[in-house]
Write a protein that binds this ligand. Sequence first.
Ligand SMILES: C[S@@+](CC[C@H](N)C(=O)[O-])C[C@H]1O[C@@H](n2cnc3c(N)ncnc32)[C@H](O)[C@@H]1O
Length: 342
Amino acid sequence: MNSLLDEAWRLEPFVPPFRFSAFFSPEDTLLCVCAADAARCRLHRATGERFPIAELTSGSGLVGLRLLTDDSRATLLGLDVDDEAVEVSDQNARALGLKDRCRFARSDLWSEKTLRLLETEQPGLLVCNPPYVPEPPGTTMQIEAGAGAHGTGHLLRTLELAQLVKPGALALSWCSLSDPAAIVVGAERSGYELTDLYVAVIADGDYSGSVHSYLRDLDNCYINEQPETLAIVASDGAARFAYLLFAGAFRREVGSWKREVLDGKRDVADYTSQCAEFVRQMCEDFARDGMRAFTEHAVPASRFPHPASRISCPLPASRLHRYLLSRWDELELRVMLHGALP
Ligand SMILES: C[S@@+](CC[C@H](N)C(=O)[O-])C[C@H]1O[C@@H](n2cnc3c(N)ncnc32)[C@H](O)[C@@H]1O
């Protein structure tokens, strides 16, 4: 299996003086960059046309700024609730010579202001790599990590906004800690079809590790605690569990199931998609069998032990990307982005 470090070249422009707001863990951002680039490439636009991109929960602005470096017609609106993020991303845009094509503003995902700004901007591509760690009721984690008791709130809000503003494509990142299939179903109900999926196995981090016992009891949370898997993801012996990070590119598409809902032949609440089922199954297999299951997802469905109950990957093989990011790889990525230690 490939290391996510194979994709690290995408982050090369983001070394000091590029700055990060709050605590920065690069793995989910890198995966989101991969999905955002795939989403951008799948959008067919007329030559010379302006290409507005909006990034929600934009933090340092990295994902959006990366897209601007690849597409000279792209413009960026970045929104984040954190004042420091707005200031830092603005400075980053200047340092990269991209300031004339982007602006950042402070705006809460749930505010009217965010909806108004998006309605005015009419983005062709909407990007969101939000906080995703489920928070035990009664506790509040740092703003860059905590995502409510269920862990999916920010993404479901992003999908609500997408349904209202209707960008041509989405790039989202999420994880196996909080109902991963619900994100794919939610996207489809909002009118978006998954076109590319990026998955990485990683070890728990500071935030996710701090809620380990809560995660164990959470419905639809998929983690693996087996020693063989932990030895692969964290040879330092310090991991409590491993989990899956996801990032997906989605294209706006009114599929046949949606037409049936519109025609009253099917109830939207009964809908579950093949892609969502595939994601759920991958997570269940990973929680049960760890790395072994994850590598087996590469083989055709008929070679699994229970072929009748299995769903083969609904995406072409070239659009399903699996990686491992071990603790050593994570360290290498951090050193690359934050600069070598003195
Ligand atoms: C995990 S960081 C990701 C930052 C950036 N997207 C990236 O990939 O580097 C999550 C970001 O979400 C922002 N955030 C958290 N809650 C928010 C909210 N309600 N509205 C807007 N932004 C929010 C945080 O300030 C933080 O910058």
